[in-house]
Every structure is written in structure tokens, then in C-alpha cells.
Design a binder for this molecule. Structure first.
Ligand code: CP
Ligand code: NVA
Length: 306
């Protein structure tokens, strides 16, 4: 691995990401068969979360416990706000002396980068405004389980060019998928990120589009996320208007000309980015995705700290 941290997928080669997926598969099988691997016995994980979380928090804490370790969950009020009561660099230098790994969910990506800069232990990005790498890797594991080989699969992301879209784009380019990101005007992936993706290894591709009905044609996987991410609540009404025509519903799925798998990182806002009908019909894939957060992150913790 190129570093002891897990901040963004572009920091890793395609082979390193494949190795993490392989380890996730191995550990998932072991645990499903009732086996256990307590390689992190006696180790502690601190979770520094500036935003709410269900899946990420629970799956990291369960994964750490299953590896024999323990965890401490720190809400903003517990530490007096990240970078508020004391500088991020001081908090991190204190954590270096107590724990073995830090899992951080932040608003600004610069906060998780600053934690990593002052860390002598591993720092894992559990979502920032910029990206969500653990989510995208669990999603790749899910696509692999449902469709087999990832290579050449057409994954169409419909919605906001946000943190989830960036990590899916990076995972797709690295792992050989054909990634199409279809967004309304003003919500596209930024040029700086697209330029960074163009410099990556991997046989996948990325294409930006603006017409959902045309973009989804031939899709193996349709993916969406909320139109209003955490921290953007004041823009909600404007966003609902701007995303008209970008809902994942049965009409859009019929334009694929296939029977695609539908994915959502959750939480989902039924009636906005996706209909209740589609979620209920696709619940196997969507809740496998949620479960695979545990299987990927357990492998990541073993890899970084084991
Ligand atoms: N998908 C995801 O990260 O969910 P949480 O925000 O509940 O952790
Ligand atoms: N884009 C969403 C993802 C939630 C898991 C957000 O950042 O709120």
C-alpha cells in the first residue's frame, strides 16, 4: 500500500484496490462461516465525526469489535468541535498517544487531510464533502457479487456530482468500469477532479452527461444519492427544482433497455432522487451495499492496523 492512511482512492493503485477487495471477500466468507480473526485484539479506534451517520459508524464499530478491538465514538460536542476547542493538529497529536487508528467524518476535506498530516497512526476518511472512499469500495464489492467481473460494466450515476460520485468515479476508473455521471447543469463533477482522474492507472473510463434518458442506455448498474448532502440543507428547495427529471424511477429504468441493478448509498429520500417502488424492488442490492460497508471496512482495518 502506498500509505498508512485511506483518504482517497486516487492514492492507491488498481492492484492495491483489488487486493483490498480480495481481502474483503476472504474475511466476509470467514465471518459468514462462523470464523473469527482477532488480529486487532487490544487495539483501539477513535471515531471523530462532524456529521451524523448510521451505516458508517455502526459498521466501523462492529468491524473493529469483530477483529477483537474496541472503539470510541466522538461527536462534535464531545471534543468541543473539530478545530474549535483546540487546533486539529493538537487533537491528532494527542490521539497518536492513545489509539491505533482514527476514522474521521468531516465537512471540509482539508480537515481529514490535516489529521493525516499530524498522524503517526492510520487515518481513514469516513466521508468528507469531497469524497466517500469506503462507500465506493463497498459498492464495488456489491457489484462484483451481483454481476461477477467488474471489468467493462456500465455504471451510470444519476444526480449530484458530489462526494459519492467522485469516489465512484475513481473506483470505476481504477477497477475497469465504464462510469457515466449524468448531472443537471451546475452540478457536474469539477474539472480539477476530472483532470486528476485522467492521470490515474486503471482500464476504466469516465464520461459526463446531462440527459438521463440517453445516458442510462445499456446500463448494468444505475446509482443515485441524495440531491442535498449533509451541510447543504439550506439549498434543499432550490436543489429539488434543479434536479427535476433526474429521479430514478421505473420510467428511467425502462430507458436502459436492460434490467439493471439499482444502487443507493443511503439514506434515501423516497419521492425525490428515487421512488419508493424502485427501492423496494431493488432492496437486495441496496441492503447488500449497506452490509458490505462492514465487510470492506473490516478488511481495511485489518490491512492498515493488523
Ligand atoms: N452511506 C452512508 O455513509 O451512510 P451513513 O451516513 O448513515 O453513515
Ligand atoms: N452525499 C451524501 C452521502 C451520505 C452518505 C452526503 O454527503 O450527505
Amino acid at each position: 500500500m502506498s500509505s498508512g492512511n485511506f483518504l482517497e482512492l486516487c492514492d492507491f493503485s488498481q492492484d492495491e484496490l483489488r487486493a483490498l477487495l480480495d481481502l474483503s471477500v476472504q474475511l466476509k466468507q470467514l465471518y459468514k462461516e462462523g470464523g473469527r480473526d482477532t488480529c486487532l485484539a487490544g487495539k483501539t479506534m477513535a471515531m471523530v465525526f462532524e456529521k451524523p451517520s448510521s451505516r458508517t459508524r455502526i459498521s466501523f464499530q462492529v468491524g473493529m469489535a469483530q477483529l477483537g478491538g474496541s472503539s470510541i465514538y466522538l461527536r462534535p460536542e464531545d471534543i468541543g468541535g473539530l478545530g474549535v476547542r483546540e487546533p486539529i493538529k493538537d487533537l491528532m497529536r494527542v490521539l497518536n498517544g492513545y489509539v491505533d487508528v482514527v476514522v474521521a467524518r468531516t465537512f471540509g476535506h482539508d480537515s481529514v487531510v490535516e489529521l493525516a498530516e499530524y498522524a503517526t497512526i492510520s487515518v481513514i476518511n469516513a466521508l468528507s464533502d469531497y469524497n466517500h472512499p469506503c462507500q465506493a469500495m463497498a459498492d464495488m464489492l456489491t457489484i462484483q457479487e451481483h454481476l461477477g467481473d467488474l471489468s467493462g460494466r456500465k455504471l451510470v450515476y444519476v444526480g449530484d456530482g458530489n462526494n459519492v460520485a467522485r469516489s465512484l468515479g475513481a473506483a470505476s476508473v481504477k477497477l475497469g468500469l465504464q462510469f457515466v455521471v449524468v448531472t443537471p447543469k451546475g452540478y457536474e463533477l469539477d474539472d480539477e477532479f476530472l483532470a486528476k482522474l485522467a492521470r490515474q492507472d486503471g482500464s476504466g473510463s469516465i464520461e459526463c452527461a446531462s440527459d438521463p434518458a440517453a445516458a442510462v442506455h445499456g446500463a448494468d448498474v444505475i446509482y443515485t444519492d441524495t440531491w442535498t448532502s449533509m451541510g447543504q440543507e439550506e439549498e434543499k428547495e432550490k436543489r429539488i427544482k434543479d434536479f427535476t427529471g433526474f429521479q430514478v424511477n421505473n420510467e428511467l429504468l425502462s430507458k436502459t433497455g436492460k434490467n439493471p441493478m439499482v444502487m443507493h448509498c443511503l439514506p434515501a429520500y423516497r419521492g425525490l432522487e428515487i421512488t419508493d417502488e424502485v427501492i423496494e424492488a431493488q432492496q437486495k442490492a441496496i441492503f447488500d451495499q449497506a452490509e458490505n460497508r462492514l465487510h470492506f471496512q473490516r478488511a481495511l482495518l485489518k490491512h492498515l492496523c493488523g
